[in-house]
Design a binder for this molecule. Structure first.
Ligand code: SF4
Ligand code: SF4
Length: 91
């Protein structure tokens, strides 16, 4: 398993991923591997202070902590910051 950070024009990015797939390499965005265990989360908000991409934020109306997986960059900072260990990374 290899973790890569890729940047560049979308066209080139897509070409690179296509090439890897053709070589039989399974490519998966790391963000998909970060998840929140809903039964454990107590919506304390600690993770929102460390999340650099804004994937974890407080809904001011409900005061619930929302996890927007599309914005997650996979940095794992929330995993250590979460007191009850509700954030988890699986590969
Ligand atoms: S730090 Fe953990 S318990 Fe607190 S809101 Fe974030 S995921 Fe939920
Ligand atoms: S892994 Fe990083 S980017 Fe993703 S939710 Fe946690 S702190 Fe935010």
């Amino acid at each position: 398993m290899m973790v890569l950070e890729l940047t560049g024009p979308k066209e080139e990015f897509d070409k690179g991923i296509k090439y890897l797939n053709e070589c039989g390499v399974k490519v998966e965005p790391i963000a998909r591997s970060v998840r929140r265990i809903e039964e454990i989360c107590i919506h304390c908000g600690a993770c929102t202070a460390v999340c650099p991409t804004g994937a974890l934020y407080i809904d001011r109306k409900t005061m619930e902590v929302i996890f927007d997986t599309e914005k997650c960059g996979g940095c794992e900072l929330c995993v250590k910051a979460c007191p009850p260990r509700a954030m988890e990374v699986s590969f």
